[in-house]
Design a protein around this ligand. Sequence first.
Ligand SMILES: [Zn+2]
Length: 154
Amino acid sequence: MTHTHHYGAVAADPAALPRRDLGLAMRRGLRGRCPHCGEGKLFRAFLKVADRCDACGTEYHHHRADDLPAYITISIVGHVVVGGMLYAETYGDWPVLWHVILWPLLVIALSFAIIQPIKGAIVGLQWANRMHGFSATPDGDDLPILQPHRDHAR
Ligand SMILES: [Zn+2]
């Protein structure tokens, strides 16, 4: 059984390919490491995913993390900050200036702290599930692609 890739190549049924460890791939991505080997760097800049692993050669450019890391970051930071604001308003007696300074700083600090690990975990999830182009990555455990012409049609 075959299915058509988003870029036009016909690959073997992903269900017939060896299973990739989802939890392991996401934990490696969370640490900014290659989901496949755990050694190479996943990012070439803060939020720029490298084209391929410098240790094992696994290609990452297939990822489609898109807006999901930002969406998850906003959800987490929003819950923490809005919860904190309500708590401080209810039980604290802070001068308004404290609120004006603290909450925006907390939003910025938390967002920068968690968005890269979240993006790494999402790329790991997409790799492990062979989403997008990841079923065709030549990482040694894949069956050959039957018609590997890549016309990049989407
Ligand atoms: Zn690697």
